[in-house]
Design a binder for this molecule. Structure first.
Ligand code: BTN
Length: 323
């Protein structure tokens, strides 16, 4: 762990307002002048760190810029998700960057954020608008030892993790529209794009791409009617760094649950948050349109639909409309 991240982690320790300089130098095993130099550098990056002669250092404000150190300072040291974090000012798509990392053999858990994306993509080949500094646009590399048919579990797990993180960081109570949309007051504020490379029997790697409209104040054209942001819904600017760190922690927890065969618990939480179950729906899978009653979530994360002909059909993706 680098020194900046350790300093931030200590200054952010729960319940601490000030940390004496002597405690920092002792716990970090560094001389005072090195500590002072690092704190100066961090101040230049926008961290508001004050020093009171009697009480010590305090982190008053973290800049509204995604820095790998400030995000990782919020994670458990043994967390898989976020074991490496890269932040780009701009990139085509964070999922493309993660794909390149995956092909190069990067270990699972790597996360790539971008302040803005020039070719952000959503499901079904749609464009994902990713303006600078207004959202969280990031992708996570995972290498689960699971069959490709279970990939939907990750979309479900990511949706639950994102809801938990938003609840922790705001007063908002999001809902989920199967399989990957996060909603507030019926409008979408976040989406998840799960992509994978697999052998017939096992996933080689999986890329979870997550986009959250955090502090966006305006949406172009037809998006105005269907999209929203955390800031628009809460009336308050949301701390993106805190949300990013909390979400990576929740993703790590959810991934541990999947590895520990506890997907069922996540699925139950997902079901309690889902606006789709129990409704009459039309699902366009590309090949056909399934109409019926959204009955339940299956063990692999797919949606079970009781069709108008009484058959139970399983769906893993598509464009869903509540009718
Ligand atoms: C959807 O709802 O259609 C999924 C949207 C996923 C958007 C995210 S933003 C980060 C990552 N990079 C991309 O190009 N897409 C995903």
């Amino acid at each position: 762990m680098n020194l900046d991240r350790q300093i931030l982690a200590l200054l952010q320790e729960e319940g601490r307002e000030h940390v004496p300089a002597s405690e920092l130098t002792q716990r970090l095993q560094v001389p005072q002048d090195l500590l002072t130099a690092h704190i100066e550098e961090m101040r230049a990056l926008g961290y508001e760190i004050t020093l009171s002669p009697h009480l010590g250092y305090a982190l008053e404000r973290t800049p509204d810029i995604l820095h790998a150190d400030s995000i990782q300072a919020l994670l458990q040291p043994d967390s898989i998700v976020g074991n490496s974090v890269r932040v780009f000012a701009e990139t085509s798509s964070t999922s493309d960057v993660v794909e390149t990392l995956a092909r190069a053999g990067t270990p699972e858990g790597a996360v790539v954020f971008a302040e803005s994306q020039t070719r952000g993509r959503g499901r079904l080949g749609r464009k994902w608008i990713s303006p600078a500094g207004e959202g969280l646009w990031f992708s996570v590399l995972l290498r689960p030892k699971l069959a490709p048919a279970l990939a939907t579990q990750f979309t479900i797990a990511a949706a639950v993790a994102a809801v938990r993180a938003v609840k922790f960081c705001t007063q908002l109570r999001p809902q989920i529209k199967w399989p990957n949309d996060l909603l507030l007051n019926g409008k979408k504020f976040a989406g998840i794009l799960t992509e994978l490379q697999a052998e017939p029997e096992q996933i080689r790697y999986l890329i979870l791409g997550i986009g959250i409209d955090v502090n966006c104040m305006m949406f172009p054209g037809e998006l105005k009617e269907i999209a929203t942001s955390l800031r628009l819904e809460s009336g308050e600017k949301v701390d993106r760094v805190k949300l990013a760190g909390t979400l990576l922690q929740e993703l790590d927890r959810a991934y541990a649950a999947i590895r520990g065969n506890a997907f069922e618990k996540l699925a139950q939480e997902w079901e309690s948050l889902c606006t789709t179950l129990g409704r009459e729906i039309a699902l366009d899978t590309g090949a056909r349109v399934l109409r019926g009653h959204a009955e339940a979530l299956d063990a692999d994360g797919s949606l079970l639909i009781r069709t108008e002909h009484g058959r139970l059909e399983r769906a893993v993706g598509g464009e869903l409309r509540v009718v």
